[in-house]
Design a protein around this ligand. Structure first.
Ligand code: GLU
Length: 412
């Protein structure tokens, strides 16, 4: 199955729990608009790189389209389409006044210089400028992009349409970014896990955790976990991972990451070497995939030893793996819930930009915690009430809200 077929399998499963007509389901399993653009970039060595860029707007019944921009060699139309659909269910589940979208440029940002990335970003922003807008579609960072990328997007857009900080979220603080937004996805992951632990009568401080991915999401999640007293026993990045049963020195690892030193280079003194594949199969309480999609699949799901999987990445679990894990009694906090702290923080940033009023970080974090806890409780209530998984519950709640708004607006 392709990524969009996989996401649609989850959508159809959830639709089976609700009263949704076939016509409406057709609307909700396809995108509203898909823009594919050519992004020619003059590279530093004089050659011309010609990249493909995408912006997919999945559903806008509940508000402006919202979702990140991914720079990755595998960011093709099918993946972007799937991720756009996930954003629709995520924003609805969290009760945010948005629809769902995603964008991407198929490129390898690690093989490009800062100037090349700036040219790419400006060209891409101009190419999709007519379909985005402060009240139309608001991009944000995702895999391979960051606050600097958003600053270039905001600048390129503002040059054409007038000063528009609210056109993107996840910006640097100096340009209208919100204190707390950068950490929001990782913190939200831990707020969600903490809410789950309270409900399941587990003490987070006694749990061992493995985190796959040490980028923005994984590293903030690891930091927050340590603050909650949990034992982070394994982390990894593209170079490989580190493992120590006694708990890793996450602060020292964060300092290395700030200096862009690969985790694998710390093997031997800050932990034992492990691989990204081995990390998923470690004997831990909690497994947090916080990197790319599709890492838990039919081939390795039976080897997962964790009893809780927290999906900090988008779509890390294929439907086959989801079934195998459920059959094995593993509890999964699904992506549309667990990593929704990012887009929730984006909503706070957008609202602040529109009001030209900046909140203090304490307020940001308190509001974020509230939204995460409320969404977790709603999802868990639905799951327990109907005897379904948290993923089915999360998709069903999102789907019901989007279906209702789509019907009220006369889409069907
Ligand atoms: N890229 C993040 C996500 O997948 C954040 C999206 C946003 O803030 O709009 O949820």
């Amino acid at each position: 199955m392709s990524p969009i077929e996989e996401v649609n399998a989850y959508v159809r499963e959830a639709a089976g729990l609700l009263d949704i007509s076939d016509d409406l389901l057709t609307v909700l399993t396809t995108s509203y608009r898909e823009v594919t653009v050519q992004v020619p970039v003059r590279l530093d060595d004089g050659r011309l790189g010609v990249y493909r860029g995408y912006r997919v707007q999945h559903n806008g019944a509940r508000g402006p389209y919202k979702g990140g921009i991914r720079y990755h060699p595998e960011a093709d139309i099918d993946e972007v389409r799937a991720l756009a659909s996930l954003m629709t269910w995520k924003t609805a589940l969290m009760g945010l006044p948005y629809g769902g979208a995603k964008g991407g440029v198929q490129c390898d940002p690690h093989a490009m210089s800062g100037r090349e990335l700036e040219r790419l970003t400006r060209r891409f922003t101009n190419a999709i400028g007519h379909v985005i807008g402060v009240q139309r579609d608001i991009p944000a960072p995702d895999v391979g992009t960051n606050a600097q990328t958003m600053a270039w997007m905001m600048d390129a857009y503002s040059g054409r349409y007038g000063h528009s900080p609210a056109i993107v979220t996840g910006k640097p603080l100096e340009l209208g970014g919100a204190p707390g937004r950068e950490a929001a996805t990782g913190r939200g992951v831990v707020y969600c896990l903490a809410a789950a632990c309270r409900r399941w009568k587990l003490d987070l401080a006694t749990l061992t955790v493995a985190v796959q991915g040490f980028g923005n999401v994984g590293s903030w999640a690891a930091r927050e976990l340590v603050e909650c007293g949990a034992r982070v026993v394994a982390v990894s990045d593209v170079s490989g991972g580190l493992h120590d049963e006694r708990g890793l020195d996450v602060v020292a690892l964060l300092e290395r990451a700030d200096r862009r030193e690969p985790l694998a280079a710390a093997a031997g003194h800050l932990g034992d070497a492990t691989t990204n594949t081995e990390l998923l199969e470690l004997d831990v309480d909690v497994l947090i995939p916080a990197a790319l999609g599709g890492v838990l699949h039919e081939g390795n799901a039976r080897s997962v030893q964790a009893s809780i999987v927290v999906e900090a990445a988008n779509h890390p679990t294929t439907p086959e793996a989801d079934k195998l894990l459920q059959d094995a009694g593993v509890r999964i906090l699904p992506d549309v819930l667990a990593n929704a702290g990012g887009v929730t923080g984006s909503y706070f940033e957008w609202a602040q930009d529109i009001q030209v009023f900046q909140w203090k970080e304490d307020r940001f974090n308190a509001e974020l915690r509230d939204v995460m806890e409320r969404a977790f409780c709603e999802t868990a209530d639905f799951a327990e009430g109907r005897g379904v998984s948290l993923r089915q519950a999360a998709f069903a709640i999102g789907l019901e809200r989007v279906a209702h708004a789509s019907t009220l607006r006369g889409y069907v």
